[in-house]
Design a protein around this ligand. Sequence first.
Ligand code: ADP
Ligand code: MG
Length: 251
Amino acid sequence: MNEETVLAAKRFNLIDAETIMDELCSQAAKDRWSYTRLLSEFLCTEQKLADARSSDVMLKMAGFPYKKTLADFDFNFQSSIREEIFTEFAEGGYIKVNQNIVLLGPPGTGKTHIAIALGIEAASRRMKVKFTTLNALVTNLKEAKLKNSYSQRLKVFVSPPLLIIDEVGFTPLSGEESAILFDVISARYEKGSIILTSNKSYSEWAEIFSGDSVIATAVLDRLLHHSQSFSLKGQSYRMREFKEQKGGNTK
Ligand code: ADP
Ligand code: MG
């Protein structure tokens, strides 16, 4: 590519032009592609590479603690949820209509696994995702309050089309922390999706808000209005692995 072409490619953000042009041109000569075919192959390759880069950025920005995929999830072991439903969620339609997904169940039943897997699916489709535990979310926003940057920092949790809040209910929230969670949930109401995981059933939610049933109801009301809830049941997968290692009977 001559210098003028390199500059033109830069101007239109065709970042890979320089690397792919030579190869595509020699393939075009070898396989006798038409000019139209060559141009179309060039644009489609550019687009594919740009999409892959943008999914990588989304995956990095989401802050997943580790990688889990739907393919790694054993739906036979966790038979209280149906694989087809989650395969469809992977397409991200629920995010386009600002729907929430709530995953409830005891420890080790796969809530975080499913939440991360759906988050990865969304990020790989170039949707902006933010993963946080509830604890990290309130700590982060309490800090921002002290620095007078609360409304600015709130955007981190409000602007991505998908927010994953993991581990709701492990530790009860103080009044201030409850108000922070309410702010996040109400700011996202009908504007973005939330995937939330909790070890507490809805009837126990007042405990999360240190007995304040008014705020518990206000949060649940907004969270559940457009949502699908799933109760994961059964024994902990972690314990199963532990028992298997020890040669125990897991069935
Ligand atoms: P929870 O968030 O409900 O406490 P996790 O999602 O952290 O549970 O699951 C605990 C561990 O067991 C993780 O390593 C997860 O990948 C694995 N796991 C749980 N359920 C399944 C399953 N049905 N198939 C495969 N791995 C599972
Ligand atoms: Mg978990």
